[in-house]
Design a protein around this ligand. Sequence first.
Ligand code: ZN
Length: 247
Amino acid sequence: MNSHISPAIIMRINEFGESDLLVTFFTPDRGRLKGVAKGARKSRRRFANCLDLFCLANLEYELKRKGDLHFLHSCRLINAFPGLRSDFFSLSLASHMIELTEILFPLGVIDGKMFELLENSFHILNHGARKDALGIFFDAKAMSLGGYRIDLNKCCVCGRDYKGEGRAVFRPNKGGICCLKCGEESTTSPGLSPDSIKVFGLMQSGRWKTVEELSFTNDVIQDIKKLLKLHIEYRIGRRLKTAEYLE
Ligand SMILES: [Zn+2]
């Protein structure tokens, strides 16, 4: 078995045995993996500054002969993203991004686009720009990549095309929006303005650069937060531990 080198984002670190660390990391080409860093608690030299939460590093690893555990051989730090630990909101948001990624992409599920989304989001959060919008952008896009894209082009009940005019209602159980003839606004089916629907559509399929350049109101952010909270809870079947930022 040969060792493999790839960029990786460190998702979790736990003590393992007497002197080792058990590390969960996310890679673009092999998805989420677990590996043992032998002796890492005694001497961190081999893993200099790399085995910390949220770090992006080039990791060299090798699959053990049995099971799905890897041996970590060495690593080289690319970016420690210090801004992610600089305040409580950034720390919560980064933890939330990790938690949602872990749920949507179990061991063995590979998606280079999800790695790119997580890495880019860490870069943006590290620089501290528009954190509120970044949080909902990440969730909208991650859910979409994870297979839970919301169809915004038509009413999920009567099938009528939605042309970007007038309010609509989000239906969590259908994972879609419906027209006001087919549904009423309520706390379990929140209403959405045409602006909110447009911005959400760009978050699901566009790039951060496009979203960042849009000017949208706080009402739009609140509409999308309500939608995402219900959407994630319905699809994932529970409330995430790290969902406070959606409150
Ligand atoms: Zn309808």
